[in-house]
Design a protein. Structure first.
Length: 259
């Protein structure tokens, strides 16, 4: 399978700079204009940290990208990239995948989590593509989300990288970081999409959400975020450094009073 990696342009680097945004965390609730300014400053900083992004899944065609993204659920990209070359060599098209024995697909992806469920999704999805879309991957959210194994997150990856259509890819990392940054309060991925879409221009959606995912994996971990290493910490109302700085100022003030 020919390897293909897409670079995401550094569009957000042209957005509103962080210099124009107050670094003071407001105790009062932000209005929409203030939140937009802060979100664009965050986007700009994330561009500095992750200037050129590549889709971490290897693929040669839009169908093979769809296969890889379906397989990536609750699984590392590296693990997916180990099984897709042989899988896509054997079954490179929807027609070939639809006709493949289920047991054979299971055997080839056995090292991945939920491999039986994913094998059923791949075979069913391929059959749907053949029967309903002439063997082609459709290019709309409405059509993509009718396919087996495809939710909004997967659909947005396909739309953003195969069809160059903007989309916000909200996985667990993007959702967590968005809440911590105060860009949304929702736990629902669809609502998080809506909230983020109000804050950034559409051409930045795909790159921004990818950077949020990378930032969540590398820095803003679920259990113990590394706030000291975070490039957007000064814009984050959830930073664990806030209390530390406040305590330091209190101790300094008390020391001066005693002196």
């Amino acid at each position: 399978m020919p390897e293909r990696k897409l670079s995401i342009p550094n569009a957000a680097s042209k957005s509103t700079g962080s210099q124009s945004v107050s670094l003071t965390r407001r105790r009062t609730r932000e209005n929409l204009k203030e939140k937009i300014a802060r979100a664009r400053a965050i986007a700009s900083r994330l561009c500095q940290a992750y200037p050129e992004l590549q889709v971490p899944l290897d693929y040669g065609t839009t169908f093979q990208l769809l296969v890889a993204v379906i397989l990536s659920a609750q699984c590392t990209d590296a693990a997916v990239n180990k099984v897709t070359p042989e899988l896509c060599r054997r079954f490179p098209t929807p027609d070939r995948m639809a006709k493949a024995p289920l047991a054979e697909i299971e055997r080839m992806i056995r090292t991945l989590g939920l491999f039986r469920s994913k094998a059923r999704s791949l075979k069913a999805c391929a059959r749907q593509l053949v029967d309903r879309f002439n063997g082609e991957v459709p290019g709309t959210m409405e059509e993509l989300t009718t396919l087996a194994g495809v939710g909004r997150k997967t659909a947005n990856v396909i739309l953003g990288h195969a069809f160059n259509l903007p989309g916000l890819i909200v996985d667990t990392h993007c959702a967590r970081v968005s809440r911590r940054l105060g860009l949304t309060r929702s736990e629902d991925p669809v609502q998080i999409e809506r909230d983020l879409s109000k804050l950034l221009p559409a051409e930045q959606w795909t790159g921004f959400s990818h950077r949020m995912i990378i930032h969540g994996r590398r820095i803003c971990h679920a259990r113990k975020p590394d706030c000291k290493a975070c490039i957007v910490e000064q814009f984050c109302p959830s930073s664990n450094l806030i209390a530390h700085r406040s305590n330091s100022r209190t101790q300094t003030h008390n020391g001066q009073d005693q002196g």
